[in-house]
Design a protein around this ligand. Sequence first.
Ligand SMILES: [Zn+2]
Length: 344
Amino acid sequence: MKVVNAACNSISEFVYHNHVVNRFELQKQMYRSIRADYPYPIGTQITILACRKVAASYYVSIKKGEEWTLHTFRPHGAIAYDGRTYSVRDAIISLWTIDGRIKVPMQTKYRLTNQSELDLCYDRSKNQFYLNVSVEVPEEPPYQPAVYLGVINIATTSDGTQVPGTDCEQVRQWYQERRQILQSVGTKSAKQRLKQISTGESRFKKQVNHVISKHLVTLAKDTSRGIALEDLTGIRERTTVRHTQRDRHAKWAFAQLRSFIQYKATIKGVPVVLVDPAYTSQQCSVCGYTDTKNRKTRNVFSCCSCTHTEPADINAAKNIAVRAAANQPMVAEPSSATSCNYHR
Ligand SMILES: [Zn+2]
C-alpha cells in the first residue's frame, strides 16, 4: 500500500501538470518512469494499481465540477485490484504484493468472479486489512404486495415507526459546527481539516443509510409489503433556489439512501414504486383535505377540516403509501384494509 500510494503521488503530479486522466493513456505514459524506479515486473503492477487509483480520483473530481488541484494520497489509502493483479480459485484469493503473490482463504456465500472489483483497505485503529469485494447476488423474484410502506424523509414509515439507529441529529450538528468553525478560519490547514471532516461525515451517513435501507427492506419483506418512495425525478428542474453546502450534503445523503433501498429491495424481491410527491406533506391522510395551513409547524400536521393530528412525516408517509396502492390496479381491491381506512 505504501509503495503504491507513493507511486500515486508522483503520478498525480504528472496528471496535475499534463491533464491526462484516461487510465490507459496514463499507464502508457507511466510505464517507463515507474519501471526505472522498480525492477520489472513489479513496476508494471505498481503502475497498473497506481494509475487506476489516480485516474479514478481525478475523474471523480472532474465529474463533481471541482477546481483543478493536485491530489495527494495517504500511505495507507485503499487500492483497487483488477483481473491483472488478483485471481480467485476454489475460495482462495491470490493477491499481488511487492513480495510476490499471497494466497488468502475466504468464505463467501456469493459468487466471486475474476472480473469483480476489489478494494484493499487498511483500518489503522484495528491494525487489520480488509478486502471490499463486489459480488454477483442472485435476485429473488418480486412478489405482489397488498400494502405499501410509504417512506418519507430519512427514517419515518407510514406505520409511524422510527427506524432504529437513525438518531443522528447530534452527530450531524457536531459536523456542522466543526465545518462552520473551519470555514471561518480559512487557512490552508483548516481547509485540509475541512476535507477530512467531510470524508468522515460521508462515511457516517453511508453507514446510517445502510442501516436504514436494510431495516426498511427487511420490514417490507417480513410483512409482504412493497416500498413506496417519492418520485424525485426532475426535481432539480423544478427548483431554482440556490443550494447551500448543507443542502447539498443532505440531498446527496437522500439520493444515496434511495439507491441503497432500491438495490437491497431488488435482491430481496421487494417491489419499489415511485409516487408523485405533490402535496404529500399538506394533504390529510384521513380525510384528504389539502391545505398549506394543515402544517401547523414543520414537524406537526393538523388537519383544518377533520382535526386529525400527527407528526408531519408520518402523515406524509401514509399519503405516499396510499398513492402507491392507488397506482397499482392489482392492489386497489377493497380487500386491502389499509386502503379502506383512507377516504380519497
Ligand atoms: Zn382531515
